[in-house]
Design a binder for this molecule. Structure first.
Ligand code: FES
Length: 178
């Protein structure tokens, strides 16, 4: 990862996407593009936002770095330290817990040999319990990038899910944007 803000470089495709988001807003209102730009940065820089990457976003939007840090620390979808290939965001809010979310988290800890917030030794998975993902009727559930995996209510389903993820390549979401 880059050591200084000057070493933080977006790809040409990433910069084009950033400019496209900024163009959606009137002059002086570029800050409104902060969320999609943070997603571009996270996708470009290995799935997490370093302080230098956030400083770069602030520079691009002509805002104070603290304004980026505030957003990054509010939303759990942004990672503030290096993560694995797949970040398993497991909902642990009430309705999902009633349907076994705690057991899913415990099984993941045991199967992956990690604690919450940690990444497996092979760099494949990061375990990240989060609050409600608005799929309460299909819990226990988890999210990996933009995709929901629902009704993970047996160990067999969890094993199938992990096997699927091990064979899933990561796509860069913003390249699919219209
Ligand atoms: S409680 Fe789990 S998605 Fe809402």
């Amino acid at each position: 990862m880059a050591e200084t803000i000057n070493e933080v470089k977006f790809s040409d495709a990433g910069m084009a996407e950033i400019q496209r988001y900024i163009s959606h807003y009137p002059e002086g209102r570029q800050k409104s593009a902060i969320l999609p730009i943070m997603h571009v940065a996270q996708a470009e820089f290995g799935g997490w936002l370093s302080p230098q990457a956030m400083d770069k976003i602030a520079e691009i939007l002509n805002i104070q770095p603290i304004e980026v840090y505030e957003v990054a620390t509010f939303y759990t979808m942004f990672n503030l330290k290096p993560v694995g290939k797949h970040v398993l965001e497991v909902c642990r809010t009430g309705p999902c817990c009633l349907r076994g979310a705690d057991q899913v988290i415990d099984m993941l800890k045991e199967k992956l040999n990690i604690e919450e917030g940690e990444t497996t030794a092979d760099g494949m998975f990061t375990l990240k319990p989060v609050e409600c993902l608005a799929s309460c009727g299909t819990g226990p559930m988890l999210q990996v990038r933009e995709k929901f995996y629902e009704n993970i209510d047996t160990e067999e389903k969890l094993d199938q899910f992990l096997e699927t993820m091990r064979n899933t390549e990561v796509e860069t979401p913003y390249h699919q944007a219209q």
